[in-house]
Design a protein around this ligand. Structure first.
Ligand SMILES: C[S@@+](CC[C@H](N)C(=O)[O-])C[C@H]1O[C@@H](n2cnc3c(N)ncnc32)[C@H](O)[C@@H]1O
Length: 326
């Protein structure tokens, strides 16, 4: 499958891994005429018919791969994001676009006191993720794993996770720069009470971490700012968004044909699922534009060997950590 989703992402790699310099790859790609179609400005073609939304392609994808074995557990994840282990007891994580649980499992295994919320736009894969997690030997799973349906390109996160009042409160807390604003029952401010709302039954009060692992690239570029803003709104002040996704000039991008382009650095796989390839500048603009502070951002460049085909492949991923200001 051209530009297909491979299992290559399971290879252990750390964000500071540099099997090669990204700038050297960039220079090679930008000077090789056979790659010139990836560099041209994108001219939208008139669509013969209204295309179904991208999440439909993902729903079909998960039905076709119903064994749920297409993605592998991301064993490297906690090395990349050790704060998922060292965080305080009962910290809450939201994994957006969880698929079969490749990211959920290492988090639950690595920290017995963490609570994981996980959403996807496919009910089929959520059922599969539940089975996989339940069948795993994760300790004290009860009440620690909460999967739910959410198509981020059409809806907001549910209000039981963070209600409007708590979202506003988080914003106020931020905007007031921790001035001594107090909240009373009329919703007129007190930063201590912002946290007392948690557990009062109105909602879960937002989350401490969000993981966006190979999910943002599946969402059309023009929808990304709204999706990131939505992530920002349910994160607690000081919370971290942990990001990993396809990087510009990754080998899977260079395999796409010209006819598969659906935007600049955006491609449709033959199964209809979409993939965008990120430069650091675009990632920075998207997250900082939504209000986040950059903590870490770099290319991870790995020479990966496909043992079956005996071929070496230059893989590029973007690793990022972004914080919601306190
Ligand atoms: C490449 S998979 C990544 C899965 C998982 N995060 C991991 O670490 O393996 C992308 C996932 O995003 C989901 N997805 C795509 N578009 C979505 C949307 N609009 N809302 C929620 N989930 C979406 C897909 O169903 C798929 O499970």
């Amino acid at each position: 499958m051209n530009g297909g989703i491979g299992l290559e992402e399971e290879k252990e790699a750390e964000y500071y891994s540099k099997d090669f310099e990204w700038e050297e790859l960039r220079s090679h790609v930008e000077n090789d005429p056979s790659f010139s179609h990836h560099l041209l400005p994108f001219q939208p073609q008139p669509q013969p018919q209204l295309l179904q939304s991208d999440s439909h392609a993902w729903k079909r994808f998960h039905i076709r791969h119903s064994s749920g074995k297409f993605f592998k557990e991301r064993r490297y994840l906690l090395k990349e994001f050790p704060e998922l282990v060292s965080c305080k007891e009962n910290s809450k994580v939201l994994e957006v676009g969880c698929g079969n649980g490749s990211t959920i499992l290492p988090i639950l295994r690595g920290n017995e006191n963490i609570i994981v919320y996980a959403c996807d736009c496919s009910s089929e894969i959520l059922e599969r993720a539940k089975e996989i997690v339940n069948d795993s030997n994760v300790v004290a799973l009860r009440n620690r794993f909460h999967p739910f349906y959410c198509d981020l390109s059409v809806t907001r996160f549910p209000s039981w996770l963070a209600c409007n009042q708590c979202r506003d409160l988080n914003l106020q807390t931020q905007q007031s720069c921790l001035s001594d604003v107090r909240i009373n029952n009329n919703n007129k401010a007190n930063s201590d009470d912002a946290y007392s709302l948690e557990g009062s039954g109105c909602c879960k009060g937002g989350v401490d971490f969000i993981t966006l692992i190979f999910t943002l690239s599946a969402i059309p570029l023009q929808e990304m700012p709204v999706s990131i803003k939505e992530c920002f709104s349910i994160l607690k002040p000081g919370g971290l968004l942990l990001f990993r996704d396809y990087g510009l000039y990754d080998m899977t991008m260079l395999r796409f044909e010209k006819s598969q382009r659906v935007g600049f650095r955006e491609y449709n796989r033959s199964d209809g699922t979409r993939s965008y390839f990120f430069s650091l500048d675009i990632v920075r603009d998207l997250f900082v534009g939504a209000g986040f502070t950059e903590v870490e951002l770099d290319y991870c460049c790995i020479n990966s060997v496909n043992r079956r085909k005996g071929k070496s492949m230059q893989r590029v991923w973007v690793h990022g950590k972004f914080q919601k200001p306190i």
